[in-house]
Design a binder for this molecule. Structure first.
Ligand code: NAD
Length: 361
């Protein structure tokens, strides 16, 4: 019998096509918006330049000082820009950092977001905001910050360097893996999450091999859409709590940290979430990445695409283990296996070491 579930899905409009960037004016019109702040930093701002050209005077201000994890000061700056320019909307072009800045505006002022993602982080599909104050990152859910419209244009991801593509893809896989064992999982999100694992595991090796392969880029972005959707509609467990802790407290890089931790968080939950493990294993096998366990398969995928497989590669040291474990355990993430100090320390040490799981525990 089907297990009881709640399927509560906030609405957003998704347009997925090569060249969909060109539809931005029509899509903004659809939202009935006439004064927009364009948020984009980094090399992907070249795509925002195209948006600015297409929209002309509708772009009343631009904000380019985006910073990962949205420090409070940056959130305040972008809100000030939106207020003083009397904007009625925000367009974010870029990865989770640009979309995070746009979400700060939506959270404060309720303005609709049109998101044009250029990485696989998935923030565009979630009602989750994040803000950092000092060395602590806070996240929360608010329907106001879910982008109203998302334009997925695989052509914009061709310039994403292979190393960032690989780590960002592992970040997306983490949303899918944790969604598959989250209490908020519904039969539909389970299907979506399994399909997302398959799509990413099959696309990422091709993306890394040939970053200009538009078909691989499209498949990876499709997987990223499903991953963002899964994160937004289900929940997060020990893996995301560890990654947020390591990012907030020790300034470890977001996507590479996800990549290094994911196989070990999956192994940590292996015995407590057999159905999720079966779904991940099936999806990896469908993508030609089968291994002795879900955790081993994820490790093998990360290794194959050159994404980090150990925390030592991303700046973590054993001296950080105790403090990190204490923060994670104090937060008591909802997770299939109870999150205690000994287990979390062992998980962190295994991820630090980077030995392929399967040999671990
Ligand atoms: P990011 O936006 O900082 O992008 C990573 C790097 O890739 C940057 O240097 C950027 O300039 C570059 N880049 C992006 N697109 C490019 C392109 N097409 N071509 C060339 N370079 C490009 O990082 P991210 O990993 O996308 O997002 C991480 C942030 O998003 C974190 O703050 C994380 O907490 C947040 N996040 C939030 C959610 C959510 O639901 N709220 C979900 C996932 C991630």
């Amino acid at each position: 019998m089907v297990a009881p579930f709640v399927h509560d899905v906030p609405a957003s409009r998704v347009v997925f096509a090569n060249g969909s960037l060109a539809r931005v004016a029509d899509e903004l019109e659809r939202l009935n918006c006439r004064r927009t702040v364009l948020v984009a930093g980094g090399p992907e701002a070249v795509y925002a330049d195209i948006v600015a050209e297409l929209l002309g005077p509708t772009v009343v201000a631009r904000f380019s000082d985006v910073v990962m994890h949205v420090p409070i000061a940056v959130a305040q700056q972008v809100v000030d820009v939106a207020r003083t320019s009397e904007a009625d909307s925000v367009i974010a072009v870029g990865g989770g950092s640009s979309i995070g800045a746009a979400k700060a505006v939506a959270k404060e002022m309720g303005l609709p977001i049109l998101a044009i993602p250029t990485t696989y982080a998935g923030s565009e599909m979630t009602p989750i905001w994040g803000l950092t104050e000092g060395n602590r990152k806070t996240t929360g859910r608010d329907p106001k910050v879910l982008p109203r419209t998302v334009l997925y244009d695989p052509e914009l991801t061709v310039s994403l360097p292979p190393a960032i593509s690989a780590a960002s893809g592992m970040n997306a896989l983490a949303h899918l893996v944790e969604g598959l064992y989250a209490p908020g999982l519904s039969p539909i999100s389970a299907l979506q999450a399994e399909e997302g694992v398959r799509a990413l595991a099959s696309a990422l090796p091709r993306v890394v091999e040939d970053p200009a392969d538009l078909s691989a880029r499209g498949d990876a972005l499709y997987g990223a859409w499903l991953a963002g959707w899964t994160l937004g509609t289900t929940g997060m467990g020990v893996h995301h709590k560890i990654c947020h802790t390591l990012g907030g407290a020790f300034d470890l890089p977001h996507a590479p940290t996800h990549s290094a931790v994911l196989p070990y968080a999956t192994a940590f939950n292996e015995a407590a979430a057999p159905e999720a493990m079966a779904a991940i294993t099936r999806a990896l096998a469908a993508a030609g990445m089968s291994d002795e366990s879900a955790a081993a398969g994820l490790w093998r995928l990360a290794d194959r695409i050159g994404a980090p497989t150990s925390l030592k590669e991303v700046g973590f040291t054993p001296s950080m283990v105790d403090e990190a474990a204490e923060i994670v355990v104090a937060a008591q993430p909802i997770n299939p296996r109870p999150v205690d100090l000994d287990g979390t320390r062992a998980l962190l040490l295994a991820a630090y070491d980077g030995t392929k799981p399967g040999a671990w525990e």
